[in-house]
Design a protein around this ligand. Sequence first.
Ligand SMILES: *Cc1c(COP(=O)(O)O)cnc(C)c1O
Length: 469
Amino acid sequence: MKYVSTRGGVAPVEFSAVLLEGLARDGGLAMPQTIPQVSAETLSQWRSLNYAQLATEILSLFITDIPKEDLRDLCERSYNTSIFNHPDIVPLKPLDAQIHIVGLSEGPTLAFKDIAMQFLGNIFEYVLAKQGCTLNILGATSGDTGSAAEYALRGKKGVNVFMLSPYGRMSEFQRAQMYSLQDKNIFNLSVKGVFDECQDIVKALANDLTFKETYHLGAVNSINFARISAQIVYYFWAWLRATQKAGEQVSFTVPSGNFGNILAGHMARMMGLPIRRLVVATNENNVLEEFFNTGVYRPRQPEQTYATSSPSMDISKASNFERFVYHLVNEDGQKVKALWQTLAEEGQFDLSALQPELEAKFGFVAGVSTHQDRLATIKQEYETNHYLLDPHTADGVKVAREYVEEGIPMLVLETALPAKFTETIQEAIGQPAPIPAHLSGLKDLPQRVEVMDCDVAVVRDYMIRHITH
Ligand SMILES: *Cc1c(COP(=O)(O)O)cnc(C)c1O
């Protein structure tokens, strides 16, 4: 399997080459040159596999420059009960007769990002050791991504993590989760500024090409195709658990922000998994809902991006969306390039002529959920079905109910556990979310964090002093 750029300007490369790079050289995103097809017969043979075995089968379709035995080892080390708090790794839980919750949040940071990130941590270490390289991951986080990256890369050889977080703006639980890590290769930098200022420091350092090359800077952002490929696995897993026989259809609803999670569902559907609908659920930041309902893609300015009670979906543009558009325009890189040119010049592009295809050909539909919807859904599902949803998953359930069809299981992806967002749970049901038993002592652990001024030079200096070659 070779990888090409969505903008058509790069010669095909192997998986290992796209793993360590961010954007392709022409500004596009890496995509597999062909989509592997999985037959009904193969699917039925996969029914008896456990999660790590299924991951090995699916990932070996995308990763052909690493021996399958090594991939199996990476998958077994990523998906086991010392890391995930459930024997199934991803349990399927009935909400009512029609809706199932896909439990993606049993990992160390209680959010779905752990699933791809655990695999990414192991494959990074593997590829770096093979190439004899080291990497210094630099990132900024307001919560979910940074902690998932730290838990995936803690103690890994050849990798350091420098994670900037805004001082005084993280919840007690988020602080305890990140700052209690004592591993020598994890550096928590609490910067006296807001998240956007942390992000600006990261950009400034990554754009300093001399610094970047001298200190081998890297990133683990959501555009890494390795993350997408690891996410494809749980769509197959959930289908295998929710159906009995070949060809049975299910629908998925995905609480969406940067379009990484649901893009993996789109890939699974293109591979032949019998998915009827892919339902995009957004919060008030409805860039994607607007696109799927009108065909017009119109990213927002930062000042039009709302801070909501499902904060991990507060996006102004959807970074992975270009990968879907690439398929929508029949893998024509020149067309994608032209669309993003229009976007840069006019702030939007219009594919309304193709809008009917979004559902007819690709199964996509979309809906919005607001703060009031979120609160009402959390309360209602708690009272009627005795299930406590996190705010993001509640957005999913709210929109899923609009698209439930008789006889077709609706699977809603649980993108986080409620304990992570207990303020909103308190507002919805008048009491805080329970902390999972295995994490009850977290907030009493000693914390390891460096507080510093919001200044590029200060952060650069700190990194230089702490990077060991
Ligand atoms: C990251 C995240 C999302 C959004 O996922 P995308 O892949 O960006 O669409 C939704 N919910 C939670 C809890 C998240 O952490």
